[in-house]
Design a protein around this ligand. Structure first.
Ligand code: 2BA
Length: 108
């Protein structure tokens, strides 16, 4: 069994989650924040049989789009950068995906 951690854009989270559940994957959605932009993103946790990991990754890839983004101007660091005119615009995503081996999964 594998644990998939997929960091995706908030705007893609409904499409990705729906597509995964439609294909009978179990998904847990976490509200997360990127350390560089300090902007909200979404992390999906998916426990999957080894043989279905590629399918899950394909679904995540299909529904995740890359976007240009700048630091969150409501955050103090982002505001400082924006005020100085030095806010970098960076390419974010589509999805950053980690696949981790799982020793055991139990439900009690
Ligand atoms: P953030 O950390 O907010 O990063 C947003 C984007 O900023 C990144 O897009 C990348 O283009 C750029 N970036 C990040 N760190 C940078 C740095 N030290 N110097 C210059 N540019 C930098 P993505 O690579 O697509 O990452 C999107 C989000 O995925 C990240 O949001 C973070 O939440 C997560 N992520 C990406 N790689 C990760 C990793 N190795 N470990 C943990 N989380 C990661």
């Amino acid at each position: 069994m594998k644990l998939i951690l997929a960091i995706i854009n908030n705007d893609d989270s409904v499409a990705v989650t729906s597509a995964l559940t439609r294909e009978n994957f179990s998904v847990t959605k976490l509200t997360t924040t990127g350390g560089f932009l300090l902007a909200g993103n979404t992390t999906l946790v998916v426990g999957s049989d080894d043989e279905r990991v590629d399918q899950a990754e394909e679904i995540i890839k299909e529904h995740s789009k890359a976007r240009m983004s700048t630091p969150d101007a409501t955050d103090s660091l982002g505001k400082g950068l924006a005020d100085s005119g030095m806010a970098p615009e960076v390419l974010v995503g589509g999805a950053t995906v980690f696949v981790i081996s799982v020793d055991r999964m139990n439900k009690y």
